[in-house]
Write a protein that binds this ligand. Structure first.
Ligand code: NAP
Length: 296
């Protein structure tokens, strides 16, 4: 079993981001700035936000945190987002999901100025990258692509894992992970199969896939009930808190006996997600200030 270590790559990318920000600060006397918005007191969300703020400070991104109460109304959240949209000192806005009131999610995300949408979840951000045909076009465009799928693409690229012409099985069809990673895989010429809770023949699909990306939130779901193709690459996106600690959607005890490459949990996709948030914040700053230094 080969491990696809996200921490190693994240460290390299963070180093590059730090160097770019030093150049920016020297030239413009400014630092990119990210606003994090948390509604309520969900303990897991608080941990994620703290990790994001810490990562910002490590690379020289300023961060401003806003915490509204669980009882905040849609108007309260939208007013805050509008204030941040209009604040020229803020380059990126991250609304931590899930919101306590799930039904407000779309309206709140839709309020974020797409140029500050560092999570890449606004319909315009989504549409912009989905409409481009190739991965090269997406990279060249400087678009804000959703962080987790972008991190997965970079992880595969770092480990020289070929996507072109491969059969990719995406398990989970969330807006956050499943749907956007499928679009990026298509842009890289993969043949993509999307599976979800209503899929009836999942066992047949896991047996033929060259790459499996699983994001469903069920601990150890991909277990010995599922056959795997020799040499399959598995990207485990799941983050599940169990009484034994954090684990992914893949049963590591099962896959470690197989000829596979896998991104571990923790230490795989999660670390890359935060790093892509930093990269998107830097990108948003560069786009907003129309910077064109060759080093950037
Ligand atoms: P989500 O919104 O929780 O949706 C789960 C998806 O899994 C749905 O599409 C659902 O199908 C599908 N599903 C559920 N049971 C299934 C089954 N038995 N067989 C096949 N598909 C099934 O998804 P998410 O937000 O993408 O989160 C998924 C996991 O990834 C969670 O553990 C989350 O914490 C983690 N996550 C990690 C990162 C990271 O940075 N590493 C980022 C985001 C999320 P239906 O659509 O049919 O209901």
């Amino acid at each position: 079993m080969e491990m696809l270590n996200g921490r190693e790559l994240a460290k390299n990318i963070k180093k590059t981001i730090t160097e770019k920000i030093k150049i920016i600060t020297k030239t413009t006397n400014q630092n990119p700035a990210l606003a994090t918005v948390l509604i309520g007191e969900n303990p897991a969300s608080q941990i994620y936000i703290q990790s994001k703020i810490k990562a910002c400070h490590e690379v020289g991104i300023k961060s401003y945190h806003y915490n509204l109460s669980t009882n905040a109304t849609e108007r309260d959240i939208i007013n805050l987002i509008n204030d941040l949209n209009n604040n020229s000192n803020i380059n990126g806005i991250l609304l931590q999901l899930p919101l306590p009131q799930h039904s407000l999610t779309n309206n709140c995300i839709n309020t974020i100025n797409p140029n500050k949408d560092v999570d890449g979840l606004h319909p315009l951000s989504y549409g912009r990258f989905s409409l481009l045909k190739s991965w090269e076009d997406i990279l060249k465009s400087n678009l804000l692509v959703p962080c987790t799928p972008l991190g997965i693409m970079k992880l595969l690229q770092y480990y020289n894992i070929e996507v072109n012409k491969k059969l990719v099985l995406v398990i989970g069809r969330s807006n956050l992970v499943g749907k956007p990673i499928a679009m990026l895989m298509l842009a890289k010429n993969a043949t993509v199969i999307m599976a979800h809770s209503k899929t009836v023949n999942l066992k047949q699909l896991t047996a033929i896939a060259d790459i499996i990306i699983i994001a469903i939130g069920i601990p150890n779901f991909l277990s010995n009930k599922y056959s795997l193709k020799k040499g399959v690459v598995i990207i485990d996106v799941g983050i599940n808190r169990t009484q034994h600690g954090i684990c992914g959607d893949v049963d590591l005890d099962y896959v470690k006996t197989k000829n596979v490459a896998i991104s571990p949990v923790p230490g795989g996709v999660g670390t890359m997600t935060i790093t892509m948030l930093l990269e998107n914040t830097l990108k948003a700053f560069i786009n907003q200030n129309k910077l064109k230094f060759p080093q950037l």
